[in-house]
Ligand binder design. Structure first.
Ligand code: ADP
Length: 175
């Protein structure tokens, strides 16, 4: 009996108190999953960001999308800080028009600050996944906030995507 009780205590299902003994902690499996996905940090699951400079052409951005095998690109200023985000459909939209995509810079079509949804490395996997769902986007830039000459800049240090969240889901579900 004892080893079983200690396993259940470690799992957070039972609690042990001196003189009281073991009692049900009231935690269901659902709570355990909720705790787990809040424990995992964006920093633990992020992958490398794929970025283009804001003066890169739409044509170059499409090539980058294929070469790097990603669906979303982050656009950065000259100093490497976050300027915008471009999705597959942003690129498709301009490419199916009559625009000369070799001449148009990505800065013309990107979604820009202050409309960007970002996350920071200390946020939980749950918070990041929730932002993806709430804002209906495929990817979030992972940023570190820096203040340079009184201006707030967002240094891009990673990316969180729907694929990363799906992989985490599979990992957590694997027995
Ligand atoms: P797609 O456009 O290929 O369906 P998304 O759903 O990710 O891909 O993008 C939808 C729109 O939201 C696009 O216009 C894109 O620029 C914008 N977008 C994508 N990611 C973000 C983000 N993290 N923050 C703000 N806007 C975003």
């Amino acid at each position: 009996m004892r080893p079983d009780l200690s396993i259940l205590t470690m799992a957070g299902i039972l609690e042990a108190r001196p003189r009281v003994g073991y009692f049900y902690a009231g935690k269901h499996t659902k709570n355990l999953i909720a705790e787990k996905i809040r424990e995992i940090k964006v920093n633990d699951i992020k992958s490398v960001p794929v970025v283009v400079r804001e003066d890169a052409s739409v044509y170059d951005a499409i090539v980058t999308l294929f070469v790097e095998d990603v669906g979303t690109l982050f656009v950065v200023h000259e100093d490497g800080s976050l300027a915008g985000v471009i999705s597959r459909k942003d690129l498709l939209k301009i490419a199916i028009g009559n625009a000369d995509i070799r001449q148009i810079p990505v800065s013309v079509i990107m979604t820009r600050m202050p409309n960007l949804v970002t996350c920071n490395p200390e946020e939980s996997a749950y918070d990041a996944a929730r932002k993806i769902v709430v804002h209906q986007v495929d990817a979030l830039p992972v940023v570190k906030t820096e203040e340079i000459n009184g201006k707030v800049k967002y240094k891009v240090i990673g990316r969180i995507t729907k694929t990363i969240i799906t992989k985490l889901f599979v990992e957590l579900g694997t027995i």
